[in-house]
Ligand binder design. Structure first.
Ligand code: GTP
Length: 173
């Protein structure tokens, strides 16, 4: 198997945003390579990975962009959002502050991205359930109010990661 002679029907750009250390890079590593790293370093600038999948008999190349949550490492914002058709707004469910910042991230996203962009709110690190600081209902309510899809994931245990990406890609398609 492989990309040999493979005809790509669509290329979809999806961006990951959210505070530093919520797990954006590891969600991408889990989705693109089925990998996870415990000592993940803070992202500097912008990185992206691609994964090709078949949706409805069409070959879709997902191009997932990951940037730094830390302000000082962030690259030019408008370039990051340009052409994005999907976005994942990620918080750490054990860090209330990362959820409280979602409104700010959403504002930046809506200020720069296409108005038809498909957005999913992601509560990551659900493997740390005992340390939960954000009730599912709070996130559901926010998602409903802002018209976002919502899912709780664990990049560590691979819970809902594939489902989250597939949902957003199918919705874009
Ligand atoms: P920036 O690059 O600074 O924006 O951070 P980031 O959002 O990309 O976070 P990153 O993926 O680097 O993960 C930060 C830390 O959280 C690392 O120590 C990861 O191993 C850990 N982590 C990521 N996802 C999970 C998860 O689902 N569960 C647990 N328990 N830890 C996770």
């Amino acid at each position: 198997y492989g990309d040999f002679n493979q005809k790509i029907d669509y290329v979809f750009k999806v961006v990951l945003i959210g505070d530093s250390a919520v797990g954006k890079t590891q969600l991408l590593a889990r989705f693109a390579r089925n990998e996870f790293s415990v000592d993940s370093k803070a992202t500097i600038g912008v990185e992206f990975q691609t994964k090709t999948l078949v949706i409805d008999n069409k070959t879709v190349k997902a191009q997932i962009w990951d940037t730094a949550g830390q302000e000082r490492y962030r690259a030019v914002t408008s370039a990051y959002y340009r052409g994005a058709v999907g976005a994942m707004l990620v918080y750490d469910m054990t860090k209330r502050q990362s959820f409280d910042h979602m409104a700010r991230w959403l504002e930046e996203l809506r200020g720069h991205a296409d108005k038809n962009i498909v957005i999913m709110l992601i509560g990551n690190k659900c493997d740390l359930g005992t340390l939960r600081a954000v009730p599912t209902e709070d996130a559901q309510e926010f998602a409903q109010r802002e018209n976002l899809f919502f899912m709780e994931t664990s990049a560590l245990e691979a819970t809902n990661v594939e489902t989250a990406f597939l949902t957003i890609l199918t919705e874009i398609y």
